[in-house]
Design a protein around this ligand. Structure first.
Ligand code: UTP
Length: 303
């Protein structure tokens, strides 16, 4: 059986980002930089590497800067051209020529499920991906590509999951799994942010989904759930009753960069891996972590 290609991805970016306030009071959480790329560019790059051609952002107030980021900046390009910064210039042009970007507004942050529903008209009647902009996955095979691979084999909805510590299940949507093959499970149920004692497993949904369009009529009927929000998890639970749904254990390092500690960890790890920053930054950290003695706190070098 041939499966339709996954061409479109939805990026819900209309949340309020309360965990990172006050940084996110006027600026979208998705524009927080991890080294030199905003979070949203990390996930857009992941989707592009997975073959996505249409990028649909569900935005809200204060999110216009995301549109600007993926648009051309003629003045900046002229300036870089004039000052001979060819490499930076080509990087800037690359961002705006990535693909087709569309924006749809979620006028009120009514929940992730509601945000996905806002993209219905732009998706139409085809399966699609959903990627959360505050979860970064660092992996040799991009996280979304792993899901699309599983979707092609199984012809059903696929949720990206990873094991989390049992005491942290109340921060995630948790699946009730039936193991099939190594790393792949049939989803028998889902629960949003369960108390540890009620969690059916410690497999948490990690912000990557491949979904059929049949999710939309379900979302339309989904009532507000946990925290008074229209939860995608609740709609997925209904979908799983009607058609096959799978949970794929995504291989790679995941960072919850929508949380202060997660964002700091992601920043440190990506900085250490950065070829031009890594060695100096590593020296700095080693020096900084010495149990006693002085550490260097300032340095200046203009690129
Ligand atoms: P989160 O719950 O992690 O994001 O939603 P949030 O609500 O912005 O953050 P906190 O918890 O208050 O700090 C996951 C993703 O869903 C989007 C968010 O932008 C985030 O990328 N989202 C959430 C929406 O687009 N609309 C919503 O109504 C809720």
């Amino acid at each position: 059986m041939s499966t339709p290609r996954i061409r479109k991805a939805v990026f819900p970016v209309a949340g309020l980002g309360t965990r990172v306030l006050p940084a996110t009071k006027a600026m979208p959480k998705e524009m927080l930089p991890v080294v030199d790329r905003p979070l949203i560019q990390h996930v857009v790059d992941e989707a592009r590497e997975a073959g996505i051609e249409h990028f649909i952002f569900v935005t809200g107030r204060n999110k216009g800067v995301i549109e600007d980021h993926f648009d051309r900046s003629v003045e900046l390009e002229e300036n870089l051209k004039g000052s001979g910064k060819a490499q930076l210039l080509s990087q800037m042009r690359h961002i705006s020529t990535l693909a087709n970007f569309c924006y749809v507004r979620q006028s009120e942050a009514l929940g992730l499920g509601h945000a996905v529903l806002c993209a219905q008209r732009l998706i139409g009647d085809e399966p699609f991906a959903v990627i959360l902009g505050d979860e970064i996955i660092d992996a040799p095979v991009p996280g979304l590509a792993q899901l699309i691979h599983a979707y092609k084999k199984r012809h059903g909805a696929v949720l990206g999951v990873q094991e989390v510590p049992h005491q942290e299940v109340n921060r995630y949507g948790i699946v009730s799994p039936r193991a099939m093959t190594a790393g792949l499970h049939r989803v028998e149920g889902l629960i949003e942010k369960p108390a540890p004692a009620e969690a059916p497993s410690n497999l948490a949904v990690i912000g990557r989904y491949v979904l059929p369009p049949e999710i939309f009529p379900i979302l339309r009927k989904t009532q507000p759930g946990k925290n008074g929000e229209i939860q995608l998890t609740d709609a997925l639970r209904e979908l799983a009753k009607k058609s096959p749904m799978y949970a794929l254990e995504v291989q790679g390092q995941r960072y919850d960069a929508g949380d202060k500690l997660g964002w700091l960890i992601a920043t440190v790890e990506f900085a250490l891996k950065n070829p031009s920053l890594g060695p100096d930054f590593c020296d700095y950290l080693q020096n900084r972590m010495r149990p006693s003695g002085e550490h260097r706190t300032t340095r200046s070098r203009k690129a």
